[in-house]
Write a protein that binds this ligand. Structure first.
Ligand code: MN
Length: 205
């Protein structure tokens, strides 16, 4: 049997200083290298612990273990989406085009209205969590999802087009307690082309 696979930390798709001045190199490097890595290691550690328990034919707390696993895998996957849906300063921002632009116009009335609702979702996440733009395959409608921690309030099967990390570890070095300023800065580095690609994949699936 082949060796079992584990999660790995993806490289940032740009230099750690390329999101400046919106996200500083120190903030981004800490977030990616330490915080994201902790979820990768956390998920892999859970797999190793389960494997050991199974090999020893020893019971483990299945409920608590699965909760921990969901937290770490959710964290890993959301961060992986997050890095890729940002683009270097000067290359990101603006507004989406094509099918995504149409879907946002149809649902929210305008891109500006979508942006306002998404910003409110982001600013009002209780404690640690995420805001996400998602797409329901059944209704073919975009829906804003507010995720608590990394895994609470997630809608299964929804395609995720865009995520924004609202944990304090995402912005505290740069913005301290001023989360709305971080949310405003984010709009300058959104990679809409990536969000459009994700929508294409959702529609094709
Ligand atoms: Mn984070």
């Amino acid at each position: 049997m082949d060796a079992k696979k584990f999660y790995t930390l993806p490289d940032l798709p740009y230099g750690a200083n390329e999101l400046e001045p919106y996200i500083s190199e120190a903030q981004l490097a800490l977030h990616h290298d330490k915080h994201h890595m902790a979820y990768v290691k956390g998920a892999n550690a859970v797999f190793e612990a389960m494997e050991k328990a199974r090999a020893d034919e020893r019971d483990f707390d299945v409920k608590a273990t699965l909760k921990e696993l969901s937290f770490h895998i959710g964290g890993h996957l959301l961060h992986s989406l997050f890095w890729a849906n940002m683009a270097p300063a000067g290359k990101g921002g603006g507004a989406p085009k094509g099918r995504l632009a149409e879907a946002l116009d149809e649902e929210f009335g305008s891109f500006e209205r979508f942006r306002k609702e998404f910003s409110k979702a982001a600013a009002s996440v209780e404690g640690s969590g995420w805001a996400a733009l998602t797409f329901c395959r059944m209704t073919e409608r975009p829906i804003i999802m507010q995720v608590e921690k990394h895994n609470t309030n997630v809608y299964p099967m929804f395609g995720i087009l865009l995520v924004l990390d609202l944990w304090e570890h995402a912005y505290y070095l740069d913005y301290r307690n001023e989360r709305p300023k971080f949310v405003e800065a984010f709009w300058n580095i959104v990679n809409w082309e990536e969000a459009e690609r994700r929508l294409d994949n959702v529609l094709r699936a």
